[in-house]
Each structure stands twice: as C-alpha cells, then as structure tokens.
Design a protein around this ligand. Structure first.
Ligand code: PLP
Length: 358
C-alpha cells in the first residue's frame, strides 16, 4: 500500500531530491566519497553552494542588491537574528500564530515591540485585517503561512518601512515580489530540504545600522562576506535543497507550482465543505492556507474523530493528525505532494461519509 505523507514538517520532498541525495551520500560528484565526508571548501561542494544560491535567486527573481544565505539554527534562530541585526528601537509584529508569537517574544530582548494585531483569542483561526503599522518602526514582521492553524497571507505588503517575513512553510509555493521585502527567512524542512538549514534573503542596505555590537555568528554580514561558509555549513541539507530547486525549475518554476497548489487546495477544501462529517477550522475562506489544510469533525460527529483517524491510517494516510492546540486533522500539501495523494485523502473522506451518514 502506498503511504501518502501529509506531515507538516519535516515533510514530503520530491522523489528526485531523495534519490539524488541518496546517490550523493554514497558517491558525491564522482569523488568516490560521500557528500557527508568531503570538505565544504572543496571545489565540488563550493559548486553546490554556488548553484543553490544562483537557482534560489533565479526562481524567486531576487534583485541584485539582496543576499541569499544558508544558515544553521533553523527558523527559530532567525527570530533572534532579525531583531539583533535590524532593530534599533522599535519593531512591529503581527501575531497570527505560535511561531509569530515566538518571533515576537525574541524581539522583546532588543527593544520595543508593537503588536499591531492578534488572533490569539480565537486560537488563531483568522488573519486580522485593518490594523495600523507604526511608520516609525524599524521593520514590520509577519508569518506568511501559519503552519499550525492553516491560515495564510498571500499578499506582499507595500510599506515604507522594511517588511520582514517568516516564509518557512510557503516559500516557493507561490509567486512573491521580493523587492517589497527587507528580509525573508525560513526553515528548509517544508518545501526545500531536510531540517538543518535555514534560508535568509536580505536587502544589503538594511544591515550595519544598529548601534549594538553583534556576535560574529549572529551577524548577517559575517555570512554574506563568507558566502554562507564562515563555519561548516549543513552540507547534506544544502545539497538536497539544490536538488529541490532543480526539480522546481524543471517543473515550470514557481508560477506552475502555484497553479497546481491552488488546484490541490481547492480539491481538498471542496471536499471538506461538501462532506457533512467535516468542517474547516479557519473562520474566513480567504484566509485558508494552500499548504496546511486544517479540519475537524462537524457538529454532532465529534465522537467519530478516532474512527476516521484509524480508517485514514488504514488507507495509507500519514501525518494527518492536527496540532494539539487545534485538534482534528491537518493535511499538509506542500509542493512535492502529488494530486493523486490529495485525491486519495478525498476518496477516504467520502468513503467514510458513506459508511457513517445515511
Ligand atoms: N516558523 C514557521 C512558520 C514554522 O512552521 C516553523 C516550524 O514548523 C518554524 C518557524 C520553526 O522552524 P525551525 O524548527 O526550523 O526553527
């Protein structure tokens, strides 16, 4: 039986990425050595890092005055590196989820944090609208896709202050205008690579403006000056990221991927709305994430939750348990998730309905 991987992250990666990485773990670039065994300063790995950065730029159409970095420490380290490097006095944060709140918490170590809006009171089931962003803030931070709650902001803010975005769970899934951002970061373990590497896209002119001394490893400039090789980079995740970027390019790039992602999400949300046993958890349809589809049992059918989980598991659905703060189910349908797997989940939901609703 085929296993359909709906995990939220680490999550499904293209088969191409897995196969090419497995090959390189055995024999990297004809060296007769594993990619895990070679020097990161050797010409073979430098070529990997250079190509990964170049493809990153090409696919996202990143302007020349931005740097692209691959760093350790995950997205969580960026929660502190962003304010360390960019915040002089005050920063504005939009609180749309647990990750957004964690980012906000770290910023408080460096100055005043203005929470422009929050949907915490209703377990983050919507994206606040109509909030004001202080024009004297050093930057505005938001999380484009809230992995846990299945909400997403699919617009680029157009502000006079730098916009900083955590795109951990929707980078490369939709087209963005990088020039509208000061900094974009994320962990790789959703749409890009195995865990262990974070990406940062930063507009160079924003750096070097805070008065405080910044420890060497936490200073973006260190990594820019050293091409993400100041210390030993996470070589296997960077190698895998390059394979995913190649796969993405070969499959038509981000525009093609966005179209498929819209289709996949529409298929699944349609079933959730149609099927009398289930309901979506996100309040407004326009806030629904195309990456993480959250749903629960409909009113009156709550007791069937475990039965559906067992049934879905027996049909090969993996990783659909919702985050404990939301409950129910979460189907993560990242770039590498084939339409056939989304259809398999839909079939499973429809079959369960047939046997439980007269
Ligand atoms: N931000 C978002 C939106 C996430 O989904 C996650 C992890 O799932 C993180 C940040 C934290 O990433 P990391 O584990 O790489 O620190």
């Amino acid at each position: 039986m085929k296993t359909h991987n709906f995990s939220a992250g680490p999550s499904i990666l293209p088969q191409f990425t897995i196969e090419k990485t497995a090959e390189a773990i055995k024999d990297f670039a004809g060296t007769g050595l594993s990619v895990m065994e070679v020097s990161h300063r050797g010409k073979e790995f430098i070529a990997v890092m250079d190509e990964a950065q170049a493809l990153f730029r090409e696919l996202l159409n990143i302007p020349d005055d931005y740097s692209v970095l691959f760093l350790g420490g995950g997205a969580s380290l960026q929660f502190c590196m962003v304010p360390y490097n960019l915040m002089s006095k005050k920063a504005a944060y939009l609180n749309t989820g647990a990750w957004a709140a964690k980012a906000q918490k770290e910023a408080k170590f460096f100055g005043e944090v203005v929470e422009v809006a929050s949907s915490k009171d209703t377990v983050y089931n919507y994206i606040p609208k109509g909030f004001e962003i202080p024009t004297d803030a050093d930057y505005f931070h938001f999380t484009s896709n809230n992995t846990i709650y299945g909400t997403q902001i699919r617009k680029d803010f157009d502000l006079d202050i730098p916009v900083v975005c955590d795109m951990s769970s929707d980078i490369f899934s939709r087209q963005i205008d990088v020039s509208k951002y000061g900094l974009i970061y994320g962990g790789a373990q959703k749409n890009l690579a195995p865990a262990g590497v974070a990406f940062v896209i930063v507009k160079n002119e924003l750096l070097g403006k805070v008065g405080r001394p910044i420890p060497t490893m936490l200073n973006y400039q260190t990594h820019i000056d050293n091409g993400s090789m100041f210390n030993t980079p996470p070589v296997v995740p960077v190698f895998a990221a390059l394979q995913t970027l190649k796969w993405l390019k070969d499959n038509g790039g981000i525009a093609a991927m966005e179209k498929i992602n819209e289709e996949k999400a529409a298929m699944l949300y349609n079933e959730i709305d149609r099927n009398s046993l289930f309901k979506g958890t996100v309040l407004n349809k326009e806030d629904r994430s195309l990456m993480n589809v959250c749903f629960i049992m409909n009113d009156g059918y709550e007791t069937l939750e475990k039965d559906f989980m067992d049934f879905a598991t027996s049909k090969g659905m993996s990783g659909i348990k919702g985050h404990r703060s939301v409950g129910g189910f979460r189907a993560s349908i990242y770039n590498a998730m084939p339409k056939e797997s989304v259809q398999a989940l839909i079939d499973c939901m429809a079959e369960f309905e047939k046997t439980h609703v007269k």
